[in-house]
Ligand binder design. Structure first.
Ligand code: GAL
Length: 418
């Protein structure tokens, strides 16, 4: 949808919302805590800020830098514990349930039911947004985690096809390394190591193994020879990153692929938002393909509203929830963000080929039972268990720990986290 049409759609949205606001004579307010601070992320969240303002709302932005959201989670906990919760915050997956158990989330069922969210969302997404049968969060999108991004020119110059197995990936990486090209752009942060790890678990073990190991936390799967093979592959991948990877932000790794410093990045499709924000085109400047193996690792961003009181903030929460699930926002935001809409009734005609692939693969995975929650991005486990796994993964990636020792450490860490 071109901006002009978006402006028209917003104008319509203003009229509709003002009808409601006119009765309430209150200016909706919202202080929103989120971690979308990279180029593509900031451009995306600006869509929501503009729509909120266009509907008469006053938006107070509370961005917390740090990809993956660890820093934002820490900032949110400090705010809530000090009795100063934001109006809304970007939280997702099981952490929504953890906050609900604290008794601090607002019930947004009225907005959800008035707008038929139950009919507009796949059950796999709606289930994350509900707390004891009430609606406690609003979904923004569906990101796919298990992607490889590549510099199209580097692949062509080195006669390399997008790998469909990890052996093919490794062979391509060896060719690139011999040609003096960094095979894998990576940011050495725990959540990024975890992102790569879960795609290897899915690719080497398959969907059922991923479910057993990283969702069910089955000790046999965690301690299996397959998991040894996963850590072997992680050790191999460690050999394909450059010497300066440690601490690098994910979007700077994406920039390395963009500018031809490196060939591949294994990252969720928020990376596509960076390519698009830089004016790059899929299939021309960059190439997308799912990481080797079948399945689809989903990561659904969402906002939850906190019990903050006050008519203006409650009106702000209502407006925010309504806009986030609105068809205009769901289309324009996701075009920028690299994700696909959470709503099932938004046409993807204007979306690019990578988004079309994501949507088709998500439907096929859902039908085939291989649509799986991303552990690395907080969709599968509570914080303690996810953190226990990530600590082992990043310790292994940043040392010469053997795969066998990593597997032992993994099974012990998960058992001790329960
Ligand atoms: C994910 C989040 C994405 C993107 C990414 C990098 O956890 O769901 O929207 O922000 O982190 O920050």
């Amino acid at each position: 949808m071109k901006y002009g049409a978006f402006a028209m759609a917003s104008a319509i949205a203003i009229v509709a919302a003002n009808g409601a606001l006119a009765e309430s004579h209150v200016t909706p307010e919202a202080e929103v805590l989120h971690y979308w601070t990279s180029g593509g992320e900031a451009k995306s969240v600006a869509v929501l800020q503009e729509e909120f303002a266009a509907n008469g709302g006053t938006w107070t932005d509370m961005p917390v830098a740090g990809g993956g959201g660890d820093a934002a989670g820490t900032a949110l906990r400090a705010r809530v514990l000090s009795g100063n919760a934001p109006t809304a915050a970007q939280i997702k997956g099981p952490s929504i349930q953890e906050w609900y158990q604290e008794g601090v989330l607002a019930d947004i069922s009225d907005v959800a039911e008035a707008n038929n969210w139950g009919e507009l969302l796949p059950a796999s997404i709606a289930s994350h947004m509900k707390c004891d049968g009430t609606w406690c969060a609003v979904p923004v999108n569906v990101h796919r985690v298990d992607w490889i991004w590549a510099n199209t020119e580097i692949l062509a110059a080195n006669n390399i096809e997008m790998p469909t197995t990890w052996d093919e990936f490794n062979a391509a990486a060896e060719t690139l390394q011999a040609a003096g090209i960094i095979p894998l752009a990576h940011g050495g942060q725990a959540w990024q190591d975890a992102t790569v790890f879960e795609t290897v678990v899915l690719g080497l073990g398959g969907p059922d193994f991923y479910q057993k190991a990283l969702v069910d936390l089955d000790p046999e799967a965690l301690g299996s020879d397959t998991m040894v093979a996963v850590f072997d592959q992680m050790r191999t991948l460690r050999g394909y990153v450059d010497d300066n990877f440690s601490g690098r932000d994910w979007n700077l790794a994406t920039a390395m692929v963009m500018n031809g410093e490196a060939a591949f990045q294994i990252m969720g499709d928020w990376a596509k938002g960076e390519f698009l924000a830089a004016g790059q085109e899929p299939g021309v400047d960059f190439t997308c393909a799912s990481t080797p193996g079948e399945g689809f690792l989903y990561n659904v961003d969402s906002f939850a509203m906190f019990e903050v009181g006050g008519e203006a903030k409650e009106a702000g929460q209502e407006l925010l929830a309504e806009l986030v699930m609105g068809p205009t926002f769901q289309e324009v935001f996701n075009m920028n963000k690299g994700s696909i809409p959470a709503r099932t009734d938004v046409a993807l005609d204007g979306f690019d080929s990578c988004a079309q692939t994501s949507s088709a693969d998500m439907a096929a995975s859902s039908d085939g039972g291989s649509l799986l929650p991303s552990y690395a991005h907080g969709m599968a486990l509570f914080g303690a268990q996810a953190g226990a796994i990530t600590d082992v993964v990043t310790a292994h990636f940043n040392s010469d720990m053997s795969s066998e020792d990593a597997v032992q450490m993994l099974t012990d860490a998960v058992a001790n986290s329960m």
